[in-house]
Design a binder for this molecule. Structure first.
Ligand code: ZN
Length: 306
């Protein structure tokens, strides 16, 4: 027995619901029968029917209507740190809430961990996607585990500092994975910026306008630009209209990709991820959901959305 589900009128699909004496609606959600009681003189009888159906769920645990398609089932691992700079922790908090919202109804399993060591302790092949919110692998073992996962067809959605690397990082594979991108400079303080959608028609940018204003973020410049790697497809970049971008630390005119994919891997990097405002824009949220869905859909184990 999963649950007795109460809903508002209109919250069920007519084809799947049956009404009893206009006082109860019975419908099916996944492998569970749900009962909505409106009360009245026959409520006791209806309650008996409800209990019968719920016991049926518990005994048979399967659908009497096999035509109802199942929800997609897959696993996602979200990794983050709580000991990084406060603005990055703020982003993590809003990101977890955002992805929790996508997971509403438990359509997929979402594991979260504040410990990068999870890369070494979990069976990564179980996950369709690993999301890194505000950190990257640090130890040799963590880096090897992540590299092997990606080289075997793993999926990665990395935000902001998840792609950060400089002369002190000492991880050449990460630079290769990002299409040669090495952190060069950033804007400061966090400001909104106009973004250009370069690859309209790509599954990640489909439904997006040609430009949009992205909420406040600390913007990175990469040198060399990942665009120089023939395997990289730049999906979104900073518009020339932004420059000079920033007040204290200023980015000047140049090629500044902010979202890209390295086609040699199942990955998308998104530069947004500084502060608590990232998920306040519907267009940008659409972009993030598109990237999430595209990466999961290309899991070598099969497309769960088909
Ligand atoms: Zn930042």
């Amino acid at each position: 027995m999963k649950h007795l589900h109460f809903i508002k009128r209109g919250g069920w699909k007519g084809k799947q619901a049956r009404s009893i004496w206009r006082m109860a609606i019975i419908w099916k959600r996944r492998a569970t029968y749900c009962v909505y009681l409106t009360g009245g003189r026959k409520a006791g009888l209806l309650l008996t029917a409800a209990i019968f159906l719920l016991c049926h769920n518990g005994i048979f645990g399967r659908s009497l209507h096999p035509k109802v398609p199942p929800y997609p089932e897959f696993k996602v691992l979200i990794l983050y740190s709580n000991t990084v700079e406060p603005d990055h922790v703020d982003f993590k908090r809003t990101a977890i809430a955002f992805f929790n919202g996508l997971q509403e109804g438990r359509e997929f399993d979402m594991d979260t961990s504040a410990d990068m060591e999870t890369l070494c302790t979990k069976r990564l092949s179980d996950y369709s996607l690993i999301i890194m919110l505000n950190d990257f692998p640090h130890t040799e073992q963590q880096r090897i585990a992540f590299q092997q996962y990606m080289e075997k067809g793993g999926g990665w959605l990395g935000f902001h500092v998840a792609g950060y690397n400089d002369a002190s990082t000492h991880w050449p594979w990460l630079v290769h994975f990002l299409g040669g991108a090495v952190f060069d400079a950033n804007s400061w303080p966090p400001v909104p910026a106009k973004l250009v959608v370069e690859a309209q028609g790509h599954p990640v940018t489909r439904t997006l306008p040609s430009t949009f204003i992205s909420p406040s973020n600390e913007w990175y410049r990469w040198k060399p630009s990942p665009r120089l790697d023939s395997n990289v497809q730049v999906l979104v970049s900073l518009s020339d209209e932004n420059y000079p971008l920033g007040l204290k630390d200023i980015l000047r005119r140049g090629d500044n990709p902010v979202v890209w994919t390295n086609k040699a891997y199942r990955m998308v990097y998104i530069n947004m991820g500084h502060g608590g405002a990232i998920f306040t824009d519907a267009t940008q949220n659409r972009l993030i959901i598109n990237a999430f869905r595209w990466l999961v859909s290309r899991d070598p184990k099969g497309n769960v959305f088909k």
